[in-house]
Design a protein. Structure first.
Lengths: 169, 169, 169
């Protein structure tokens, strides 16, 4: 089991994607919950932003975040509502995909609700940064992050080229 | 558990994709089976068409169906045979994908046959309509629809913007 | 259970994708392990090549292999390291995807290591040939192939158009 400080030295940016949080009509509980978990794991949160459900704003924000941090978590905008475009924006930015993380997140979600199958989140790589879409609800976001957290230290080591080459399993 | 009338008010179109059914050399049992299930759930079947395994015909048919109904089910053409092009036509039409539904359908299929892993069906959104590729066999189509049916009322509510925003799980 | 000779009559090409194996600084154990398994199953290995982690070399090699054999297995380059580009090269070559095989491989991998979720391998079709990305480690490659092997005779029959049309499950 990874130590609590297993993301030590890693930088992270959290993007809360939500019209309502951006407009100030809803309090963002997911972003801070994710920041808390990541900080507990030793990561340095270098930024936490709130954006509306707008591709024109989310794509540049993802590009910028990926160039600054080694891990970018998004929360929100992964559902079926017409304005839920987080996965599309993420796909537009990523040069390589990590489908297994999205599958794992849906599997974890399925233990809590059958509607997890409707979550459209993706995960991928841009600028050697790992981008992971998490659900928008605080419980969903936190549970999903916990599900993938044990894999992140190794994932970020591989991305950064720091792991002695042992030919991935 | 959703009530039997949980798709009340929703319109659906069923597309049977099959050279043989289109040519009349094979009776379509899957389309009617799906129509029966959907009608039991309260949906209004506004059309049921049979098409050959031809991208040039299926793509326009999907576009047209997606503009008319809130749910489009396809049956057939999701296998490995050279003329199986339903997933490709569906990907060409969808602007947003719902990978979890396709995963769920394969998981359900795996309980019946190990060959379910060869099913290439996808699920996605076009014109705020949910398009789901189902297997071609009557048993596969019906079982797969039953697997996703409990999620459809909520899914279609989200697509139509009718759900009080509770931040998707 | 398929007979040990269930891939009789089928041609296969194995591509080991690895900078180190290509440079000769690492012995390829995965390629030979896969060749042994396939030969046991009755397939004819018509070629086994080693390539560097270079898209410019892997894409043409995949195109060429797909035009010569009915099954192409790649091993290596499916991880998160910056030079791991096997899935991207495979996606560039395939005209139709078989996501269920990649899901099955990750599920099999998960029984051996939680890091299987980081495996980015894909599976798809090019020139009526089935291309499957396997992990780079000998254990991962062999275990993954064993996981999909029972499906391959039927899969290759479907691709070759040899199966009496029974409407895929």
């Amino acid at each position: 089991m990874p130590s609590p400080k297993s993301l030590a030295g890693r930088t992270a940016i959290i993007l809360t994607v939500s019209d309502r949080c951006f407009a100030g009509t809803q309090t963002d509980l997911s972003g801070p919950a994710l920041a808390h978990l990541l900080t507990q794991a030793g990561a340095q949160i270098i930024d936490a932003l709130t954006l509306p459900d707008e591709t024109a704003q989310l794509i540049p924000a993802l590009h910028a975040a990926a160039s600054r941090a080694s891990l970018v978590l998004t929360t929100g905008g992964t559902g079926l509502a017409a304005r839920d475009i987080t996965p599309e924006a993420t796909l537009a930015v990523c040069t390589r995909l990590v489908p297994g993380l999205a599958e794992l997140i849906r599997q974890d979600g399925a233990t809590r609700t059958p509607f997890a199958a409707l979550s459209r989140g993706v995960s991928g790589i841009a600028s050697n940064c790992l981008i992971i879409n998490l659900p928008g609800s605080p419980e969903g976001a936190e549970s999903s992050l916990r599900a993938v957290l044990p894999l992140l230290p190794h994932a970020l080591d591989l991305l950064a080229g720091h792991t002695a080459h042992t030919r991935e399993r």
